[in-house]
Design a protein. Structure first.
Length: 324
């Protein structure tokens, strides 16, 4: 009989690539992980792993077993959800991950909804980059999370995580008083394509998210699609800081509609044909868990109260605007 806990270790090895990374993520020692995987190979009766330099790769049999492990662990998650539904009331800890800009815009209103509807729930919020959410969900460190992806940086397929859509919002180009006109024409940039809207700022310094984040990748790829490589001066993840830096002429940057509510004076915002999509993520099979379903419902109610959903769903054009 194959041990479910060892199947979990094999699945993590398939995704993380090294025994050390699995051990760190799941708070085991590397030797303990290695020993458990050796036991799993004996249970399976065929080689599951082979060394490739410093990494350990799965054999064809190992990859086949991971596919079955995904299905087994999803069924267990469904069982946990069904058992939770049999209990009276919704309560206990709920570990929530959120991307930084989701904190002030979505999370407080969502928690307020949860407190009103399910006062026995104990939400615990952790700020986390969307790229790390899947790992934290599989490790059991999070129960549910707000995540996002961008045009040019779609989310990587992951059979271990389910997602439901929450919000789609347009992206804006933020420029300041010192650089808010097309040097060639002396007017604000106009057009419909990225090349027309971003092209005038090809030689301007840029403000992006930190390297290694989806926001950074989106900014670089959007500029490349417009025909130039951005000259990055500042790397910050806080959109409020991006707007503040743009206001004093420190560069151009990208911000989602969610971040434009309190745009400082002197910032010129131009709506772009780019979008950011926010979603709620949880372990595959966990969507029917009462606490997770309650979080999804509360998050959707919170987003609806912001008015962002109506502007996205109607497709109304948002004009460029200058805060002076």
């Amino acid at each position: 009989m194959l041990d479910v806990r060892r199947l979990h270790l094999l699945r993590e090895l398939d995704r993380r690539g090294t025994i050390a990374a699995v051990a760190e993520a799941l708070t085991f020692t590397a030797s303990a992980v290695s020993q458990q995987l050796s036991v799993l190979e004996r249970e399976a009766g065929v080689p599951l792993l082979e060394r490739s330099g410093r990494r350990v790769v799965l054999t064809p049999a190992g990859r086949t077993l991971v596919t079955h492990a995904d299905a087994v662990l999803e069924r267990l998650e469904l069982a946990v959800s069904e058992l939770a539904g049999a209990r009276e009331g919704i309560g206990g800890p709920l570990r929530i991950g959120t991307f930084p800009s989701g904190g002030p815009a979505i999370v407080p209103a969502t928690l307020a909804e949860l407190a009103q509807r399910h006062p026995a729930l104990e939400p615990m919020v952790q700020e986390i980059d969307s790229t790390r959410v899947s790992d934290r969900l599989r490790a059991g460190e999070l129960d549910v999370a707000l995540v996002h992806d961008y045009d040019f940086v779609p989310a990587s397929p992951d059979t271990t995580v389910d997602q439901v859509p929450l919000l789609e919002e347009p992206m804006y180009l933020a420029t300041g008083a010192a650089i808010d006109t097309d040097p060639a024409r002396g007017t604000a940039a106009r057009g419909d394509t990225l090349a027309e809207l971003l092209g005038p700022w090809a030689t301007t310094p840029w403000i992006t998210a930190r390297d290694g984040t989806t926001g950074h990748a989106m900014a670089v790829r959007a500029c490349q699609a417009a025909g130039f490589q951005p000259r990055i001066r500042h790397q910050v993840n806080d959109f409020r800081t991006v707007l503040a830096l743009a206001a004093i002429g420190q560069g151009a940057g990208f911000v989602p509609e969610m971040a434009t509510e309190r745009t400082p004076k002197g910032v010129f915002l131009t709506r772009l044909p780019l979008f950011r999509r926010s979603k709620v993520a949880f372990r595959a099979g966990g969507g029917t868990h009462p606490a997770i379903a309650a979080f999804v419902a509360a998050a959707r109610a919170a987003v609806g109260a912001t008015g962002l959903t109506s502007s996205v769903s109607t497709g109304r054009p948002a004009p460029s605007r200058n805060r002076e």
